[in-house]
Design a protein around this ligand. Structure first.
Ligand SMILES: [Zn+2]
Length: 429
């Protein structure tokens, strides 16, 4: 068992869960009457924490190159395709895309997701996404955003955000989901996307006025460097502002972010796929930034395989440093668990198998050709395992995957409904 806290590894250890809470961790726990999940000879670890994922566009998996037969021809690219197809989304499509993403998350051992909802075309779209997440059983941050293709000279729908914030207990699934704001920031490097300082300042001030954490894409493409300096000059950096990507941030900007205590999300597969350059995870960690890992979008990453995300994160860090030991397996596993939780302000709730925390637990089998035999469990999770090895997933004390099967979904029906929804989207383009 990998606790990912100061208790370290406990070979053959038990986790006692009661009413959704980890009440004890240790060897040979004696709990008369408790239901037993036998994990002997397997790897038990905290559920993975995703720190930035546009769940809605999982419906568009495989379409980042464009969509033949529509006005987004082949090679139109991720952003244009996302906007063109995203405009045709109805609330039901957001529900279906989010549901497919949640099912995939659970299957892959991810127990916390950060839904970076940037196709909120109205209150109904936000509620559709939230309903999907609530039904999934996952722990989540829902970052209420704007609509994809939102005009840069208009404010995002701050009244709707305030409406949801005021009624949050009705959406929070008993506290499993917390609210944040997905912020456009200054819009990055493309002049066509630029948001005026008056607007972006008003937006972040509105979120902070509601006490909400904020997230923003920053320093993705090479030309976008300078965003962090702009936010620092405005006094907008802080521990409540998550910065996403940072591939091309200068050392000075990384230092500014570190001084302000801003957390960071790294999404290695999408950053590599879209041409942002290499993730710079080891540099971020060396600067002292709280760092988590993320799926970002399955339009680019293809899937939500946190094992592969950990593996490529480690490989890129070592390659960049010309050093086999630049980023260790255990360190990258921390990014996918406790450190990811820390970036979302959830480190007292999840991210490690610690008494008092909510019970988010995975059991990974080593009875498969790709992962047998059991040697160094951390290194096996980072370099060998894949979602098919995940036998059991428990989130908030509820088993959401058992014996390799999702308990809350008829996956055939989930996929059929998603297919129907996508057909409707494409027909309307
Ligand atoms: Zn993103």
């Amino acid at each position: 068992m990998l606790t990912m806290d100061s208790a370290g590894d406990i070979p053959g250890g038990d986790v006692h869960i009661r009413d959704g809470v980890i009440v004890a961790v240790g060897e040979n726990l004696d709990v008369p009457g408790a239901e037993v999940i036998d994990a002997a000879g397997k790897i038990v670890a905290p559920g993975f924490v995703d720190t930035h994922w546009h769940l809605w566009n999982t419906l568009l998996r495989g379409l980042s190159d464009g969509c033949p037969g529509t006005d987004t021809p082949y090679r139109s690219g991720y952003f244009k395709t996302c906007v063109t197809l995203g405009r045709q989304f109805r609330p039901r499509d957001t529900y279906e895309g989010t549901r497919l993403a949640c099912a995939e998350a659970i299957d892959a051992g991810i127990t916390t997701v950060h839904d970076w909802a940037h196709n909120v075309r109205g209150l109904d779209w936000a509620e559709a996404g939230l309903r999907s997440i609530a039904e999934s059983g996952l722990r989540a941050r829902f970052s209420y955003g704007y609509e994809t293709g939102h005009r840069n000279d208009r404010l995002m729908a701050l009244d709707d955000l305030a409406h949801v914030a005021a009624r949050w207990p009705a959406y929070s699934a008993g506290g499993r989901i917390h609210l944040g704001m997905a912020w456009r920031g200054n819009g990055g490097s493309n002049p066509a996307m630029r948001v005026a300082p008056k607007l972006y300042r008003e937006e972040i001030e509105a979120a902070r006025g509601l006490g909400l954490p904020v997230t923003v894409h920053a320093c993705g493409p090479r030309a976008a460097a300078g965003q962090i300096s702009a936010y620092a000059a405005d006094g907008l950096l802080g521990s409540d502002l998550q910065l996403v990507h940072l591939n091309n941030a200068s050392p000075e900007e990384i230092a500014l972010a570190a001084t302000a205590g801003t957390p960071v999300s790294v999404s290695p597969f999408t950053e590599l796929q879209i041409g942002y350059g290499q993730p710079v995870t080891a540099r971020l960690l060396a600067a002292g930034l709280a760092t988590g890992l993320s799926v970002d979008t399955t339009m680019l990453s293809g899937n939500a395989d946190m094992f592969a995300i950990m593996k490529v994160t480690q490989a890129c860090a070592n390659a960049l440093a010309y050093d086999e030991f630049a980023l260790g397996a255990r360190d990258v596993l921390r990014l996918a668990t406790i450190e990811g939780a820390r970036t979302l302000g959830l480190d007292s709730v999840t991210g490690s198998l610690t008494p008092g925390k909510r019970a988010d637990v995975i059991v990974v089998s080593v009875d498969a050709p790709n992962i047998g035999v059991l040697t160094d469990p951390a290194r096996l999770l980072v370099t060998a395992a894949h979602p098919g090895n995940v036998g059991t997933v428990i989130a908030d004390g509820r088993p959401l995957k058992r014996d390799g099967v999702l308990t809350g979904y008829d996956i055939t029906e989930v996929i059929r409904s998603a297919r129907d929804a996508l057909s409707g989207v494409l027909a309307r383009v």
